[in-house]
Ligand binder design. Sequence first.
Ligand SMILES: [Zn+2]
Ligand SMILES: [Zn+2]
Length: 373
Amino acid sequence: MSDKSDYYEILGVSRDSGEDEIKKSYRKLALRYHPDKNPGNTEAEERFKEAAEAYEVLRDREKRRIYDLYGHEGLRGTGFTGFGGFEDIFSTFGDIFEDFFGLGGRRSRRTRTRTRRGNDLRYDLELTLEEAYRGKEEEIVFEKWESCDICSGTGITPGSEPAVCPTCHGRGESVHSQGFFQIRTTCSTCNGAGQVIVDPCRRCKSSGRIKAERRVLVKIPPGVDTGTQLRMEREGESGENGGPPGDLFVVIYVKEHEFFLRDGHDLKCQVTVSFVQAGLGDEVSIPVLDNNEERRITIPEGTQPGEIIRLKGKGMPILRRGRGYGDLFVQVAVKIPTRLSQRQRDLLMEFSELEKQKIGTKTKDFWDKIRGI
Ligand SMILES: [Zn+2]
Ligand SMILES: [Zn+2]
């Protein structure tokens, strides 16, 4: 310990200098070597700590007396060991920096500027399949917390100033000495902010935030599906202490359609034709999603029940690619008549006779083949 520098030399004051001179000199050094001004500079850091230690001793009449008589050795007997780190120094000498760095030096500066990003918001939007197909613009209306328009989020009536917390004097924490230990707790009066509001904003009751109605125009691109999330940047709730606002997520829900079934980019549907239409071939119309017209589709001659007709590019728009479409699959159901007129019956009988002749030869071939095996 004997190789420690002399406290008077460190502060650059004479041995008989008064309290004010010592304080002035310390402040000058503390500001010059302040870690905020010298980031990463370890020499400045050492000087800053050294000066704080010297000042801690010389500002105290009893410690200074012991130091004057016995030097560094004498102080060891009092339990004085200097400072552990910056936080110690700031909480002990915070008031020294007041005029230069704002209240309480570095420590409370940090607590006061703690920003927080606003919450994200979710809005569920229900669309018809037609709307999902075409895309649309929709104005959505919702409530959200916003920065108070009267006090701009400060919680203080404009024009009035926050006062230094009377409990912690701006440090944001209270320090109690117990023997050689120091116990720190966050100041309960100001919750660590270091300042208190004297004239609270009446509109937001000093919370700095108000619930406001927001209208946002959402552009829904063609091709969205249930579960698609549209992110509206910075449309969420306001941040705190100047933090950025959150985002708004518009979550899409597409209602079921009475005719089309959606399968990713593809559409599926079913048409029912008579057995005559299936046999002879025909044209039928189905609805389309992009306007109120109908689409004619061809049922080829000899279509079987359950057969699927694929129409390329007639499905849903593909959202991610921004262009292109899925396919449309039309399943053909064949309806068998349940009641026939006499004339229809006669015609079918006649048709059947013709079929029998064909089937007859086929049957003979069939049995021949089986025998062959
Ligand atoms: Zn306080
Ligand atoms: Zn307000």
